[in-house]
Write a protein that binds this ligand. Structure first.
Ligand code: NDP
Length: 329
């Protein structure tokens, strides 16, 4: 038997999430590795998947949790043995496959990554999908020429999960970081993570008639999308890049192509879900080596499985600061 946060849907289509004891036989068929989950984490998508599913969940009852870290309990795949420490992000786990909000998960070996030495399972989930995505964004920007000498790097939605890890990672690598937030009360927190400038969300919220403004940013990790991303594109330095991660402010992009064709600005898409194995390993090894762990700890709040439904509603309203790690045991 194992405990899991189970989302059920009733005849009227209403969903309800609660902790249940399940038999091992309920684990998904088709997986080849059983993991004793130690830590999971809360992401925006988990907020959706604990409610109506946002179109991602098609089969109920469902166990959400898009990422987890733990120890292999049993494996039918030669790459993993009982006792190996592993981490999983992406692959639609927690959406179309039962996820990490449970003491046990049964998944495909292809989706796992061995946990790098020096990273605990709790630290891995303090990083989680959000921090993994932040690292993919840094890797994409640097692959397109970003170096600290080019100037300030902007992070939007900075006090959120991806934003917080992005600020700490960039500052740790010697970048000057400007953090956009709609929550002025998070200024001390963001400065503690390494931000050297705070940009109020309102400064970038309005659309402007001019598609090109003064060149300010050498790079950007954008978690917001919408009109804010359009403004940022017009403020990028020539030949610099924006990593487009999220849509917390909207999926529309009310922009002109002018920054691309007159300034050579690049818009780089970041997809953390389907990442080839070698790139996942590289990202986790860089996280273990480069993320200041003291700063990571400052972002973290802990919760248990039973706290998740309420926290899920909060993250959908932009009301969660930093990273929430879930002690599933
Ligand atoms: P969080 O909810 O933790 O953070 C989002 C932040 O965006 C908030 O904390 C807030 O920051 C800001 N924000 C919220 N609403 C608005 C708004 N209306 N206008 C402007 N800013 C707003 O989410 P995550 O950090 O986990 O994820 C960020 C985004 O990235 C989400 O859209 C998520 O779906 C996406 N994502 C994409 C991934 C990918 O693979 N591409 C992977 C992971 C996440 P502040 O309070 O500082 O203003």
């Amino acid at each position: 038997m194992f405990r899991a946060l189970v989302v059920e849907k009733d005849a009227e289509g209403k969903t309800r999430a609660g902790v249940q004891e399940l038999d091992d036989s309920r684990l998904p068929a088709g997986g080849d590795v059983t993991v004793a989950v130690e830590w999971s984490t809360l992401n925006y998508k988990d907020g959706l998947c604990m409610g109506s599913g946002g179109g991602m969940v098609r089969v109920w009852p469902h166990v959400p949790g898009i990422d987890f870290a733990g120890t292999v309990e049993a494996s039918d795949d030669p790459r993993y043995r009982a006792g190996d420490r592993v981490v999983l992000t992406g692959w639609r786990v927690g959406e179309s496959w039962w996820g990490g909000f449970a003491e046990k998960a049964r998944v495909k070996a292809d989706w796992l990554v061995p946990l790098p030495d020096g990273l605990t399972t709790r630290q891995a989930m303090a990083v989680g999908t959000a921090g993994f995505t932040a690292m993919l964004s840094v890797m994409a920007l640097e692959a397109h020429g970003l170096v600290p000498e080019l100037g300030e790097v902007l992070v939007t939605g900075a006090a959120g999960g991806v934003g917080s890890v992005a600020v700490a990672l960039l500052a740790g690598r010697g970048y000057q970081v400007a953090a956009v937030t709609g929550r002025p009360e998070t200024e001390a927190y963001l400065r503690g993570l390494g931000a050297s400038r705070i940009v109020p969300r309102a400064d970038l919220a309005e659309t402007v008639a001019k598609p090109l403004e003064s060149e300010v940013w050498a790079g950007c990790i954008d978690n917001v999308g919408g009109p804010m991303l359009a403004r940022v594109l017009g403020q990028m330095k020539a030949d610099c890049s924006v990593a487009s991660v999220g849509l917390a402010g909207g999926a529309d992009l009310p922009a002109k192509v002018t920054p691309f064709i007159l300034r050579g600005v690049n818009l780089l898409g970041i997809n953390s879900v389907m990442v080839p194995y070698a790139k996942r390993v590289e990202a986790w090894e860089r996280i273990a080596a480069e993320l200041p762990m003291g700063k990571l700890e400052a972002m973290v709040q802990e919760c248990g499985l039973g706290d998740l439904p309420e926290l899920g509603r909060a993250i959908l309203k932009g009301g969660v600061q930093g990273r929430v790690v879930v002690d599933v045991r």
